[in-house]
Design a protein. Sequence first.
Length: 392
Amino acid sequence: MESNKKRIYLSSPHMTGNEQKYIDQSFETNWIAPLGPNVDRFEEDLSQYAGTMGALAVSSGTAAIHLALRLLNVQAGDLVFCSSLTFVASAYPILYQQAEPVFIDSEFDTWNMSPKALKKAFMDAEKEGNLPKAVIVVHLYGQNAKMDEIMDICNFYQVPVIEDAAESLGSTYKGRKSGTIGKFGVYSFNGNKIITTSGGGMLISDDKEALIKGKFLATQARDNKPFYQHSELGYNYRMSNILAGIGVAQLAVIEERVKQKQAIFQRYVRELSDIKEFVFMQEYQGTRHNRWLTTLLIDSNRPSFTPLELIQELEKENIEARLVWKPMHLQPLLNEYRYYPHSNQICVGNYLFERGLCLPSGTNMTEEEQTRVIQTILSFVSRRKSRHIIAT
């Protein structure tokens, strides 16, 4: 039976009210193009916020990762190490370059790339005489990976790091903004992210020359000639001036959005604390977690319910929740590629996928709506536990 209650989304766009001003300016000045003053300002504002030398606004986070691989000269047959527990957009650009992904498992402290598994992958690659051209490390759900350990390994082998910070804008790692530690950082402004431009992304770096080259590639790689000449492969990846205007207004409230996300998380933890099976994703020491999504594990040897059953119960009340990402090494498209587990005893990514879920975390969710989510969960868990006791 479908609920007639208002839909509560996982993380829907939250407008500030100032976006329309920049959109109107685009129309008034006829900057309806993948360039213009809004694009310039958004890039400048973002680079200042992140603390990098520059930023390049593009059509998606996927496009930004692809450009980073191109700028690192990743070619057909090259290896690229990549987090396994992530959205497929982290891995697709590797295939675009006809390179070979090697998937690296997670570890429990951060749910992100395991330095232990990464070191094993590097040792094998060194023995085979075929080191990767790049490492793509993902900061999942706003939680930073263990970047000190990961950078130590990658710097030892002199392999550059691309930080997929699509979900972690506003997070910090030991005082540095997420996405600013590797050679390149990538943000996403998809509709469900902590700030949005409807669709879009950003490539950041301290290498200004690389960003200039990236801009060239992202605008169809047109040579500097008085006519249309193209000497290398390019892409139509630039962000439009209209969408960049939305981004300017959105970025102005990023710190407020982080606080709102954190408050949503804290209320879930507080009011669901009696459910002993729930283990919420922790904030790793020395970091700030932006809590893009409130994520948790149903961690019990004999759980009375599964993540999917809870998600289905929420859906009956017109509430959207989701499972944790299915790891790349389990995907039909990608399961032929090499994978390095955290240890011989456990594949951490598999464990997190089987037991993890994401709760509604939109910053425009009202207190009453979050109460509805919480009460639905409490009621469901209470009923299932009663059945479980009777059955045993």
